[in-house]
Unconditional design. Structure first.
Lengths: 330, 338
């Protein structure tokens, strides 16, 4: 029969096992202690290891830190980025332990503890951060949250993520490669692109029935094109912060007035060239077929608009070059 | 309790009904034109009229003809279908709180949409229509197979099946965020963005079912008196019940398939129509044929103008309108009028 004393002993034993299993024991923390620095993240000024050796990444930080060759020991799944991963990055993605799902709510705290990280980099938008028990993660390792704001901010965010993970060297190399390529294409299109008034139909976010997404400069479908001299005219009617500063969801009735001045229109498609349902709805509309740019045969599909790292953006540059090539012929 | 009084309609009463119905149809036509004139893009009234009588292909006229006119027609079809389906289910079940969804039509469609989304089979408007229709029909068939012996048993079976299907659907949606994403857009009934869907077949089905409901309404007069009396009057109750269920399934199933679940229209329209019909099921059906589309068009106009930030789904507006209207009807005429 259990006595109060034996129950107390059992409880203490269980606690000891749990502490050992989650890697929070005193001896282990002494092993990983070293130089630290203070890092400015979305969740405040965080003291992190100066040279982290075991990093867990989630969300947008996953492709960024794989590309930067960060010392990853666990990642969340990131299915949306798979079509844009190189073979090498995909192999790394496949071999890494998955410690969270696609959604922030699918974070597996025990798996993260089991990976024994010395740094956790969370790459989710600030509003989504509320779905994660950050305090619980902080009991495992220092947590830096670096999430997307406006779509074009991936440049700064990936740099911060790589910096936190101590992987800036490889990051800078890829960044230079991208900038060189963008400059080359900007030169190739300098006689046509800067003079065009462009408009973009997107498919990101919550496109309600009967609406379409219009993206302006610095949005998902436009920010890489901006780097080669493309200018998407106009601005949102009312800025709502984050991506709502650079994209809006008007009614399909407003399509003619929204795109009346556009010399050319680009629209988002999947990696295989298929328009997503929200874009297909616009393409099938009689109002679309009546637009001056469409009648002039100046509507161009743009794949890989969800590029959010420099290596992905290089693929997006190739895709843009292929899609916009007809502009050079006319 | 539903009034089941039947009496020979004197010629003057019939004339009164005809006059009210003609007035109702005229009002419906006027509201339909207003509905076509209102939208996110300002279109001058003359452009709206020109688009209807002599279209020249301008952008404004394309908006009227390609977006707003199909939407108004859809509102009329869905409103008529739900209103008349409400009359049929309330008369058949002799239950004033019955509405078409009580037989599991909406839940069946929603369940099928959830399964379809999980299997990746609802990638287009046509696929959505097909899947929702199959779900609605399947659920009603099951309800009929189990509860066909008595109206109360039918209703109880419908409620029970709805609970089971809702539970399974909810479980699936909670397990898969992708399925949840696809379902949530469909689950709030809306008339927006449906103009490209293949609506001809469902609208034809609704049209035929409405004609069927009008033809069946005289037999329903007898059924409304109760099974024993109806038998005494020579009515074939089993046949009437089966035909009514088929019509409810087609009407509510097609309406739910094209617009998603829209509550309250099938509940409130029969109550308002009943005040005018004076105990006659055929006139009740006729009034529902006008009032259903009228309510739906008004709700759809409301859905476009209520918020300065954009449109709200029409099902939310029918909920806002339907609740107070039901309370008003109960307060004005007493619960006995139900």
């Amino acid at each position: 029969m259990f006595t109060r004393r034996s129950a107390r002993f059992g409880g203490a034993l269980l606690l000891a096992i749990a502490v050992a299993a989650t890697g929070c024991g005193t001896s282990e923390s002494q092993d990983t202690e070293g130089e630290t620095r203070v890092f400015a993240a979305d969740n405040g000024e965080i003291t992190i290891p100066a040279d982290p050796q075991r990093v867990v990444a989630t969300g947008y930080a996953v492709p960024a830190l794989i590309e930067a060759d960060a010392p990853l020991v666990g990642i969340s799944t990131w299915k949306r980025g798979l079509p844009m991963m190189t073979k090498q990055d995909r192999a790394r993605y496949d071999e890494l332990e998955k410690v969270a799902g696609e959604q922030a709510t699918e974070t597996n705290y025990e798996a993260i503890a089991g990976a024994d990280p010395d740094l956790i980099v969370i790459g989710v938008p600030q509003p989504v951060l509320g779905d994660i028990d950050v305090e619980r993660l902080e009991s495992i390792a220092p947590v830096v949250a670096i999430g997307p704001t406006v779509p074009s901010a991936w440049r700064e965010n990936t740099k911060k993520q790589a910096d936190a993970a101590g992987a800036l060297a490889k990051f800078d190399e890829t960044k230079s490669e991208y900038e060189g390529k963008a400059e080359e294409l900007a030169g190739k299109y300098e006689d046509v692109l800067p003079d065009l008034k462009l408009a973009h139909v997107g498919s990101y976010g919550e496109v309600d029935s009967g609406n379409f997404q219009r993206e302006f400069n610095d949005s998902w479908g436009t920010n890489v094109a901006n780097d080669i001299g493309a200018n998407y005219y106009g601005e949102v009617k009312e800025k709502g912060g984050g991506s709502q500063d650079v994209s809006e969801y008007p009614s399909i009735e407003e399509l003619p007035s929204a795109f009346a001045e556009a010399d050319a229109i680009t629209y988002s498609v999947e990696a295989d060239g298929t328009p997503p349902p929200a874009v297909q709805y616009v393409l099938d509309s009689e109002l679309w077929k009546d637009l001056p740019a469409v009648k002039a045969d100046k509507a161009f599909p743009i794949p890989l608009t969800e590029a959010a790292t420099y290596r992905q953006a290089m693929q997006a540059l190739d895709a843009l070059d292929e899609s916009l090539a007809p502009l050079l012929e006319k | 309790m539903i009034s089941t009084e039947t009496r020979p309609a004197p010629t003057s009463t019939a004339r009164w009904h005809v006059a009210v119905l003609v007035g109702g149809f005229a009002l419906l036509a006027a509201v339909a034109v207003v509905s076509i004139g209102i939208g996110a893009q300002a279109v001058p009234p003359m452009d709206v009229l020109r688009a209807l009588v002599a279209p020249d292909g301008s952008a404004n006229q394309l908006i009227v003809l390609e977006v707003r006119a199909p939407r108004a027609l859809l509102a009329i079809g869905v409103g008529a279908a739900l209103g008349v389906a409400g009359v049929l289910i309330q008369t058949l079940s002799r239950n004033a709180l019955a509405e078409p969804g009580i037989l599991g039509v909406s839940t069946g469609a929603g369940f099928a949409m959830t399964i379809g989304a999980a299997l990746g089979g609802v990638a287009s408007p046509a696929a959505e229509l097909l899947v929702a229709t199959l779900g609605a029909a399947g659920a009603t068939l099951l309800v009929y197979a189990v509860g066909r012996t008595a109206p109360l048993r039918l209703v109880l079976t419908g409620v029970a099946l709805s609970a089971v299907l809702s539970g399974i659907s909810l479980g699936l949606r909670l397990m898969s965020p992708d399925v949840f994403d696809k379902y949530r857009f469909w689950s709030v009934g809306s008339l927006a963005g449906r103009e490209q869907a293949p609506l001809l077949v469902p609208m034809l089905a609704i049209g035929l079912a409405l004609v069927g409901a009008l033809l069946l309404s005289r037999s329903l007069n007898a059924a409304a008196l109760g099974e024993a009396v109806a038998r005494t009057l020579g009515a074939n109750i089993a046949r009437v019940r089966l035909a009514t269920l088929v019509l409810i399934t087609v009407l509510a199933g097609a309406a739910t398939a094209v617009a998603g679940p829209i509550l309250f229209v099938g509940l409130i329209v029969p109550h308002v129509a009943r005040r005018l019909a004076r105990g006659s099921v055929p006139w009740l059906t006729g009034y529902a044929l006008v009032l259903g589309p009228l309510l739906m068009l008004l709700a759809d106009i409301g859905s476009r103008v209520l918020l300065p930030t954009g449109e709200v789904p029409v099902a939310i507006v029918t909920g806002f309108l339907g609740g107070p209207m039901l309370i008003w009807a109960v307060r004005k005429y007493g619960a006995g009028s139900l």
